[in-house]
Design a protein around this ligand. Structure first.
Ligand code: ATP
Ligand code: MG
Length: 227
């Protein structure tokens, strides 16, 4: 009898280390109808494969630089098409894209022919000093699963919980590169916030930890999905 839940096409934004990956996986566990795509994870997988995309990506990522907007837009378009999420009925979440207004603008003509648009954007706002400490403790698995040695440690030290494979430090998580990434994030934030605020789809969730942020994020998303 209840009306069908709405479709959400969401973007999760936040400084590097703000918890985008962690919160996305927690959200998807509770809302498995939402599909997710992380550009950082895709690029790292391409690097691991040694593909042409990976080779291009590697030089940018190791400097903390952003890849060209057009390159990223085509990558995301291909992925959305390959996954068949472009039917206007599929709910999805983009983690790490768009990161610039130019990327946000590139996304419009990709979605529009399918009667779709980005209808929910959430910024994770975490104090920079908290983030810097967190990066020191971050270890990752090649799948993109993220651990924090302090708050979210693996069951076996330095091993992935699901596969038992070794965890590693992201090469771009060293203090110098991290600083560059953080600065770039804050340089892009205001323009992209203005862009999505004008469309009335922008939300901010604040907190020092993912445990504090998650209930707020979940409540917002549930409200958006409610018929
Ligand atoms: P975190 O994973 O901690 O949230 P992040 O947001 O900096 O950090 P990723 O999203 O994993 O990291 O991206 C890693 C790197 O991949 C970026 O520093 C950048 O070089 C490249 N990259 C990912 N997405 C984009 C994008 N939309 N535009 C340009 N470059 C990107
Ligand atoms: Mg990430």
């Amino acid at each position: 009898m209840s009306a069908a839940a709405k479709t959400i096409r969401m973007v999760i934004m936040g400084a590097p280390g703000s918890g985008k990956g962690t919160l996305t996986s927690r959200l998807l566990k509770k809302l498995p109808q939402i599909h997710s795509l992380s550009t950082g994870d895709i690029l790292r997988q391409e690097i691991a494969k040694g593909s042409a995309i990976g080779t291009t990506a590697k030089s940018f990522i190791s400097r903390g630089d952003l890849l060209p907007d057009e390159f990223m837009a085509r990558l995301v378009e291909n992925e959305l098409q390959a996954q068949k999420w472009l039917d206007g009925k599929t709910s999805f979440l983009l983690d790490g894209f768009p990161r610039t207004v130019a990327q946000a603008e590139e996304l419009v003509p990709v979605l529009k022919p399918h009667g779709a648009d980005i209808n929910f954007v959430v910024e994770l706002s975490v104090p920079p000093e908290v983030i810097l400490e967190r990066i020191d403790n971050r270890w990752v698995h090649s799948s993109g699963r993220v651990y924090n040695l302090q708050y979210n440690p693996p069951k076996v030290p330095f091993k992935d919980d699901l596969t038992g494979e070794p965890l590693f430090k992201r090469p771009d998580d060293n203090p110098e590169t991290f600083k560059v990434r953080l600065d770039k994030y804050f340089a892009e934030l205001k323009p992209i916030r203005d862009y999505y605020e004008k469309q009335g789809v922008y939300h901010v969730v604040r907190g020092e930890t993912s445990d504090i942020i998650f209930p707020k994020l979940y409540a917002l998303v549930e409200k958006q999905l409610a018929p």
